[in-house]
Design a binder for this molecule. Structure first.
Ligand code: C2O
Ligand code: CU
Length: 469
């Protein structure tokens, strides 16, 4: 990125330049990507798919259409996925939410060149959770992900299965994204300076690759497994018609107990595992999964909008009982932390070869350099990291590779909507004015990155290397 933005100021009026959401009629049946398990082929390539009803669009995908298959795997099993890069530029795959060895993590320096292949092989050893996968080449992640490269991963364990949570037709994996579509319904990606500053947001919301999606449901409890796969848009998820819902899990797996909530703030990269009770909704009623506005939402267009329509079309008795306890969280104790690292995050002036450049997105005043080790962590150590956005103007969802963490505290916040933070996280939203402290144990050796998951910020350089050894 070498745009000259020296003349740019962050003025309040700019916030209104974010594309607001245009709803299209909710008439296209929601679809679900095919499911694969431990082995398979993922080929990044150009494919034709229908994002808007009746239109054929050229998009990127890993199999037949936009997005990739849902990968459903058992903890403890061996995964071996062959990646082939049929793009005309380098790519790779990062398994966001899987704890894999460094050499399998899709670090921005572990690239697969155009025409090349690489087998990602690892044994899973973690709690049941919901993860996802996407490309991670520096300065190209935003484009490749926006044009269609992403997919969901579900990790299962015997302990979780014993809870008898809604499954089969009652478990709905949902990848929520916003796109700027052309007349054929193809996502377009050409970030302006505003987009680099605030993230590439689109006016059309798509779920599992479909705009204006509708899903029929019966009067039962459903499990919605949601990934925010957007480049820059934050959702404040809620349901219309007062349909009750519970948050049961976040990035790193199940919460200790189900939390009844009225909204879940979900920033790019984060996941929410929800139970929604349609049992009291009269047959024939539509219920919308929507995004409500929230404090600080002006940077996002500021409005409320619908995401997905559920039509309750069938009465059914529901045997489901909400379990009293879900999963263990086993909090890390601050007493075990050997070190605290402080990172200012946001815009800073970055000099290059002595030449002052525009303000770029930085962590600790630095932009990304693949060959530089920014932080060294001792293997096995527990540390506290603080992200300071108290002087910033933009939200930053900060993501660490190689570990899950817990959120210790949040200073200066205007929202009280961080329900997902009762569990293990790998991505934490740091709103303007906030300082957020997290605690993590580093048990995987090798080279990893941490970065802002606003993909334009990441591509702009808001990413650093850390080495664990
Ligand atoms: Cu989902 Cu480093 O990314
Ligand atoms: Cu950011």
């Amino acid at each position: 990125n070498t745009h000259d933005m020296s003349g740019m100021n962050m003025t309040p009026g700019m916030e209104n330049m974010r594309p607001s959401v245009t709803e299209i009629p909710f008439t296209t049946p929601l679809r679900f990507p095919e499911t694969i398990t431990n082995t398979g082929q993922l080929t990044a390539k150009s494919v034709i798919d229908a994002i808007l009803p009746g239109k054929n669009a050229r998009v990127l995908g890993y199999r037949g259409g936009m997005l990739g298959p849902t990968i459903r795997v058992q903890n403890g099993s061996d995964v071996s996925l062959r990646f082939t890069n049929n793009l005309d530029e380098e790519s790779n795959i990062h398994w966001h939410g899987l704890l894999v060895p460094a050499e399998m993590d899709g670090h921005p320096t572990q690239l697969v060149q155009a025409g090349g292949s690489f087998t990602y092989a690892f044994r899973l050893n973690q709690a049941a959770n919901m993860a996802w996968y996407h490309p991670h080449p520096h300065e190209k992640t935003g484009k490749q992900a926006n044009l269609g490269l992403a997919g969901m991963i579900i990790v299962e364990t015997p302990a979780e299965r014993a809870l008898n949570l809604p499954s089969g037709a009652y478990e709905l994996p949902l990848v929520i994204q916003d796109k700027r579509l052309d007349g054929n319904g193809a996502p377009t990606y050409s970030p302006s300076m505003d987009d680099v500053m605030m993230g590439y947001m689109g006016e059309t919301i798509i779920v599992n690759g479909v705009a204006g999606a509708v899903q029929t449901v019966s009067t039962r409890v459903y499990r919605l497994r949601i990934v925010n796969g957007s480049n820059g848009r934050i959702y404040n998820l809620a349901l219309s018609n007062n349909a009750p819902f519970w948050l049961i899990g976040s990035d790193g797996g199940l919460l200790p107990t189900a939390e009844q909530v009225t909204a879940v703030l979900l920033s790019p990269g984060e996941r929410a595992d929800l139970l929604v009770d349609f049992s009291k909704v009269p047959v024939g009623t539509d219920v919308f999964l929507k995004s409500n506005t929230f404090a600080g939402a002006s940077s996002q267009g500021g409005q409320a909008f619908n995401i997905l329509k559920f039509t309750v079309n069938k009465a059914e008795t529901d045997p489901f009982q909400l379990p009293a306890a879900l999963g263990m969280v086993s909090p890390l104790s601050t007493a075990s932390a050997t070190k605290t690292r402080l990172f200012d995050i946001g815009i800073a002036m970055e000099g290059m070869n002595g030449m002052p450049m525009r303000g770029m997105h930085t962590i600790g005043g630095k932009t990304y350099l693949g060959s530089r080790i920014d932080e060294s962590v001792k293997l096995g150590d527990t540390e506290i990291w603080e992200f300071d956005n108290s002087k910033g103007d933009e939200p930053h969802p900060m993501h660490l590779h190689s570990t899950f963490f817990q959120v210790l505290n949040r200073v200066g916040g205007r929202n009280t909507l961080y329900a997902t933070e009762k569990g293990w996280k790998d991505t934490v939203l740091v709103m303007p004015g906030e300082r957020v402290r997290i605690i993590a144990q580093f048990t995987k050796p090798g080279l990893f990155v941490f970065h802002c998951h606003n993909l334009e910020h990441e591509d702009d350089g808001m990413m650093l290397n850390f080495r664990v050894n």
